[in-house]
Design a protein around this ligand. Structure first.
Ligand code: NAP
Length: 510
């Protein structure tokens, strides 16, 4: 049996694609999910202190507002509950298969179908394949000598184990990215002693957060336009932040300087010790990597029970961590807030072999990381990769999802109208898009700013900042609505036979 569509990943991206396809009447779609439940990042991550770092009115689907967010920045558990609500509301759960890990997809040119293999050996077939495997879904374990010999508990932030005892323990945490900034204050509250191993400091600005009053929740519920207005206001602020401070840094660097000053003033107000302040101050331009928001991070370092360790880690021993100065920090628990293997393991997350045997991962690595409109790749017919180079638009991930929903609708509608069996972006269109994006990056903080030493995952292994789409959200939305459909080849096996191609009123066109 051949499905119309297989989507890999039941996070917000995969669910958004499924919602759009179902709206088009496509019902034979299967969502494969390697985890035991839906929600992606928000199912997997449940470390102490987890909360969203984009205001919740914006970090949600525009067509499914949630008037009940408890705070401006909702805690992670509310995001998971929201994902469950959306899946229920849009009748997605019956399409999902949990604990099923796709490992490989191969284009079968004769049948114009994808063959998808899952762990355990089962093979599924589908006309269209959509990968929605996330950007930050493959935890990165640091390659430190002896780490496997550590005698205590080791826990990665994305594989949090609630049974690990933290109270009164000697805890070490490696990593001071966005996750570390959220986790460290929480660990400090519980640890007997906490040692923070910092390799690269991070910019931290104040977090303006508060509980959403019941009266406001009721207003959002009774008058949804008020929540839409709040979303528009927050969205505009984020749009200015990313277009001026990140994408047009060449002209807007004053904006970044002000943000860096704000972060320094924030630190000055919260950290009295000058040496600690020096150690916590980044030496790369604000914006090279995702800045963080916290009011509790800096004060943590004033606690007697917290040590900031900036010496390089040389090895891990059963009893603890050894640093470059030869000292050993004895630990009971080692927390790894060491981020994710993005370029190595997530681009792509599974082996994908397209037309003519093109291996997507090898092609990206041997050439440049690229995807037309952050969605389609030449020689990969009927394949849409939602988490691709140049796909991430603006600061809230939901803008990316919703622009992609528009693109998918246009492409599926056109394929259906033409009775096409295959849809594939042309090499020429892909090159034009890549040139346009590369050109735009020339004025971004990534090329004009001082990003050396930032260790930012926005940069791919070729040294190009291809993760974010260098365009405004408004521009990306416009492109989603208007990219020329002639950038794609729509082909029909029946037309090639000389028989007329038939349109279809349901399904994907066959
Ligand atoms: P990350 O930004 O990649 O940070 C990883 C940290 O681990 C860095 O400080 C890194 O140091 C350190 N590290 C890695 N390997 C190391 C090693 N071998 N030795 C010493 N230090 C090592 O990962 P993350 O903090 O998990 O954040 C990733 C992204 O997730 C964020 O940018 C954000 O987009 C997202 N996030 C969102 C939220 C939210 O919305 N609430 C919360 C958390 C995360 P170097 O910098 O020196 O490499």
């Amino acid at each position: 049996m051949t499905h119309d569509v297989i989507i890999i990943g039941a996070g917000f991206g995969g669910m958004g694609a499924a919602i759009e396809l179902k709206r088009m009447g496509i019902d034979d779609l299967v969502i494969l999910e390697r985890e035991s439940d839906l929600g992606g990042t928000w199912h997997v991550n449940h470390y102490p202190g987890l909360s969203v770092d984009i205001a919740s009115v914006t970090y949600s689907y525009s067509f499914e507002p949630n008037p009940g967010w408890s705070r401006l920045y909702a805690p992670g558990s509310e995001l998971k509950a929201y994902a469950l609500h959306v899946a229920d509301e849009y009748d997605l759960v019956r399409h999902m298969r949990f604990d099923v890990e796709a490992t490989r997809a191969v284009w079968d040119a004769d049948a114009s179908e994808w063959e998808v293999t899952v762990a355990g050996g089962e093979v599924l077939r589908t006309r269209y394949l959509i990968t929605a495997t996330g950007f930050l879904s493959q935890p990165k374990l640091p390659d430190i000598d002896g780490i496997e010999t550590f005698a205590g508990d080791v826990v990665h932030s994305a594989q949090w184990d609630d049974t690990v005892e933290l109270d009164g323990k000697r805890i070490g945490i490696i990593g001071t990215g966005a996750t570390g900034v959220q986790l460290i204050p929480e660990l400090a509250k519980r640890a007997g002693h906490l040692t923070v191993f910092q390799r690269t400091p991070i910019w931290v600005v104040p977090k303006v957060d508060f509980p959403v009053p019941g009266a406001l929740q009721r207003l959002f519920s009774a008058l949804p336009m008020t929540q839409r207005a709040a979303r528009a206001a927050n969205g505009t602020a984020l749009e200015v932040l990313s277009t001026v401070g990140v994408l047009n840094y060449k002209y807007g660097r004053g904006f970044n300087s002000i943000a860096a000053l704000l972060a320094k003033a924030h630190m000055f107000a919260q950290v009295r010790d000058a040496e600690t302040r020096r150690a916590l101050t980044p030496h790369y331009s604000f914006g090279c990597k995702r800045p963080t928001f916290s009011n509790s991070y800096f004060p943590t370092f004033a606690r007697e029970s917290v040590t900031l360790e900036t010496e390089t880690i040389t090895e891990v021993r059963p009893e603890g961590i050894v640093t470059g100065d030869g000292s050993v920090t004895e630990l009971d628990v080692l927390v790894l807030a060491t981020g994710f293997s993005l370029w190595e393991k997530n681009f792509p997350a599974i082996e994908v072999i397209g037309r003519g045997g093109r291996d997507l991962g090898a092609w990206w690595r041997d050439n440049r990381f690229q995807a037309y409109e952050g969605l389609a790749i030449p020689r990969f017919p009927n394949f849409f990769s939602l988490h691709s180079p140049y796909s991430y638009t603006g600061l809230s991930y939901f803008w990316t999802i919703e622009a992609q929903m528009v693109m998918l609708r246009r492409l599926f509608t056109e394929a259906r109208r033409r009775g096409a069996d295959t849809v594939e972006v042309t090499e020429a269109a892909n090159e034009r898009f890549l040139d346009r994006m590369s050109h735009r990056l020339e004025r971004s903080v990534f090329q004009v700013g001082r990003c050396a030493g930032s260790h930012s995952y926005y940069f791919d292994p070729h040294g190009e900042a291809t993760l974010l789409r260098p365009s405004s959200v408004a521009g990306a939305q416009r492109d989603a609505r208007r990219f020329p459909l002639s950038d794609f080849a729509f082909e029909s096996a029946s037309a090639a036979d000389g028989s007329p191609a038939e349109g279809a009123t349901a399904g994907t066109g066959r």
